[in-house]
Ligand binder design. Structure first.
Ligand SMILES: Nc1ncnc2c1ncn2[C@@H]1O[C@H](COP(=O)(O)OP(=O)(O)OP(=O)(O)O)[C@@H](O)[C@H]1O
Length: 384
């Protein structure tokens, strides 16, 4: 979809910003360019919409050499999101979002309907926020409008230059999550620039780690973290690789432990007796379908009534498939020794700190071996 063929950019003062660069972003793929300041990321991106012209080499978008495409026409097919958003201050949010459709000649009503739909998609109620002006929004909301505007004419390709850079870390994570949800629905071909490896790891299908004007490694987040191709990449990815890996490793059913279980409609006395025999202090409470209703401690269970009368709400839970980092966060938030893992409302098991560590180590090993995590036998994993 976007293809670089031996592209070089030399500025008039002799700076080689990009040197013989070749790589490809497939259709529907999200590729992040990550690297230190001045390594050529922005230059690379701006060559795709011809804001910068290469010195040599070819760039193809959808199979077509863009050198032969009128830049204005080209830019209408390529959404562009930048850090400083660049909204028009005296146009409403709705009109800002409808800019490109209006430019390409959509009827006003259609352009505005599309803009409203897009605002909704990025989590802004169009009725509430559409009539406002950009300075009546928070930084994070402005950033969302920037994304909505870039998507408005439904371009197949999206270029994003530090799109979440201008907001605080909490809002940044929210925007990233929303963007991922949106991308799952619209599946654009995205080239995104960031200097934040953590952001790259969270968002990307593949990451291009830049050295000076060239790509040092182009691979999946797991591979970049697990098996850095060069000492430079290892250095850039950093010593806290394990922590970053928490963001990319998803919880699988195999990672879980099975705790004691009590049934919702079981007698409290019966459940207490069983827990005592098993030497357990607590149990998760499930109904006949295996749905989670909460947990109960042995001391809560008296001698009368049903387990269902004594059940505590379970606050520490995460969906299966969530990143280990989320489970770790929930554990800390609730000061819990474990979190329940659910598939919908069905209880699958609990994740304990020991299991979390094990999943992390298996994930490192699986990447090194180039196999799925489920294929790594934990006993074979070398001590970390
Ligand atoms: N117009 C220009 N003239 C001369 N040199 C330039 C020009 N624009 C960029 N450069 C240089 O080209 C190199 C790559 O710049 P570029 O903006 O692509 O880097 P970057 O990786 O996006 O950096 P940052 O993360 O700081 O934005 C840098 O050394 C920069 O100084």
């Amino acid at each position: 979809m976007i293809r670089f063929e031996q592209v070089t950019k030399r500025y008039p003062d002799g700076t080689t910003a990009v040197d013989e660069l070749s790589f490809e972003v497939s259709e529907g793929e999200l590729v992040t360019l990550v690297g230190p300041s001045g390594c050529g990321k922005t230059t690379t991106m701006m060559m795709v919409n011809r804001l910068i012209e290469p010195t040599s080499g070819r760039i193809l978008v959808n199979g077509e050499d863009i050198a032969g495409v009128d830049p204005v026409q080209l830019r209408r097919r390529i959404g562009y999101v930048i850090q400083q958003v660049g909204l028009f201050p005296h146009r409403t949010v709705l009109d800002n979002t409808a800019t490109v459709p209006a430019l390409i000649g959509w009827k006003r009503a259609r352009a505005r309907a599309r803009a409203a739909e897009l605002l909704d998609l990025v989590g802004l109620d169009p009725k509430r926020y559409g009539p406002r002006y950009p300075d009546q929004l928070s930084g994070g909301q402005r950033q969302r409008v920037g994304v909505a505007r870039a998507l408005a004419a439904d371009p197949p390709v999206l270029l994003m230059d530090e799109p979440f850079g201008a907001v605080d870390p909490v809002v940044r994570e929210q925007l990233q999550d929303e963007f991922l949800r949106m991308q799952a629905a619209v599946r654009k071909t995205v080239l995104l620039v960031t200097h934040d490896i953590e952001e790259a790891v969270r968002l990307s299908d593949r990451i291009a780690v830049y050295g000076q004007g060239r790509i040092e490694q182009f691979d999946t987040p797991g591979a970049v973290l697990g098996t850095p191709a060069t000492p430079y990449v290892a250095g850039f990815v950093g010593a806290d690789r394990g922590l970053k890996r928490l963001s990319v490793t998803e919880i699988e059913a195999d990672d879980l432990e099975q705790p004691p279980v009590a049934r919702l409609d079981e007698s409290a006395a019966g459940a207490a007796g069983r827990l005592r025999t098993d030497g357990a202090r607590w149990a998760v409470v499930l109904d006949a379908q295996g749905d989670l209703h909460g947990w109960v401690g042995i001391d809560d269970l008296g001698s009368s009534g049903a387990v269902g009368d004594r059940v505590h709400r379970m606050k520490a839970w995460v969906p299966v498939g969530a990143p280990l980092k989320q489970a770790f966060g929930v554990m800390l938030q609730h000061d819990a020794g474990w979190v329940a893992v659910l598939d919908g409302s069905r209880f699958l098991g609990v994740l304990t700190p020991a299991k979390l560590h094990e999943a992390l180590r298996r994930s490192v090993d699986a990447d090194a071996l180039g196999v799925a995590r489920g294929q790594v036998d934990f006993d074979s994993v070398a001590d970390a």
